[in-house]
Write a new protein. Structure first.
Length: 309
């Protein structure tokens, strides 16, 4: 067994180190214990200064975020139900505006599959599920809102068109007087003494009675037209036209814009006529209609006009 020596300056000789292994083990063990104690002390000090407070703060923040996320999901679900109710109301509005209702297939157009950010994979399964639900609700609500915007534009445009249509339809009796018994259809002509089609109705009234245009439109013809004598024809748009015949005087010119109730002429006895009256016709898409079906019994336009004046 080897021996270890060290040189003593005081004694000027080499002296043997006895039991050096035991002493070395003791010194090393003591050093390790001191190092571990130092590391533990530093770690404990750092944890007490930063770790516990940060952990507690993060834990509280995490619970608050979970609570907020639950609230967002509830709000999204409520908003989604409100949009579904709005879809039903919009379908009713479409019917009221004379538009076709939206089919179930059309409602499903544009439905997305949602999306999810893979960078959030570190979250717990419960948190990922809630976020996925929130993203899906957001995607569905956005789609429904865009869909409703388009429906609003369609309904708004149709209602404006309907307003123009309602203002243009020849919907009033054009002058005061009594509608002749023979009415619209086949009849025995009082002058020609033959059966022939009567394309309108005759309103028996005194010569010079004001004739009112029955709907908004544009004067398309002014002048003499065969047996109708002095006549006016109005283009109301939407396929509607009205004709006024046997007039004594005309107050409008071709191309002039007129509004329902405007005085366009006066009754007379011009053309092939047996006495003073107004011959009145309504055409729709080239087909002659019975004007009586366009009179509204609950509206006396002439009395209403006097009240407005």
């Amino acid at each position: 067994m080897k021996r270890l020596y060290y040189f003593s300056k005081s004694k000027l000789q080499f002296i043997e180190i006895k039991h050096y292994k035991t002493k070395l083990s003791i010194y090393l063990s003591f050093g390790i214990v001191c190092l571990v104690a130092l590391i533990f002390t530093v770690y404990s000090l750092a944890l007490s200064m930063f770790g516990f407070d940060s952990y507690s703060s993060l834990n509280k923040e995490n619970k608050l975020l979970h609570k907020k996320l639950d609230g967002v999901l509830i709000q999204y679900e409520s908003l989604n139900k409100e949009l579904d109710s709005l879809l039903i109301i919009n379908n009713e509005l479409r019917l009221a505006a004379n538009l076709e209702p939206i089919s179930e297939d059309e409602k499903k157009i544009g439905v997305g599959g949602g999306y999810f950010d893979n960078e959030l994979d570190f979250l717990s399964d419960d948190s990922q599920l809630k976020l996925q639900q929130a993203f899906n609700y957001m995607d569905e609500i956005t789609r429904k809102i865009n869909f409703e915007k388009k429906q609003y534009i369609d309904i708004s445009g149709k209602l404006k068109e309907n307003k123009r249509l309602f203002e243009s339809i020849p919907a009033i009796k054009p002058c005061s007087g009594t509608v002749a018994m023979h009415g619209f259809g086949m009849r025995f002509h009082p002058i020609l003494n033959i059966r022939r089609m009567h394309d309108g109705i005759d309103i028996i009234t005194d010569r010079g009675t004001p004739v009112h245009v029955s709907g908004n439109g544009t004067v398309d013809f002014v002048g003499y037209r065969g047996g109708l004598g002095l006549a006016v024809e109005i283009d109301h748009g939407f396929g509607y036209r009205s004709v006024y015949g046997h007039l004594s005087k005309i107050n409008v010119v071709q191309g002039q814009k007129v509004l329902r109730g405007d005085t366009i002429a006066k009754t007379g006895n011009s053309g092939l006529s047996s006495g003073p009256h107004l011959h009145y016709e309504i055409h729709h898409n080239g087909v002659k209609q019975n004007p009586i079906e366009f009179f509204f019994d609950d509206l006396n336009f002439f009395k209403a006009s006097k009240v407005r004046k």
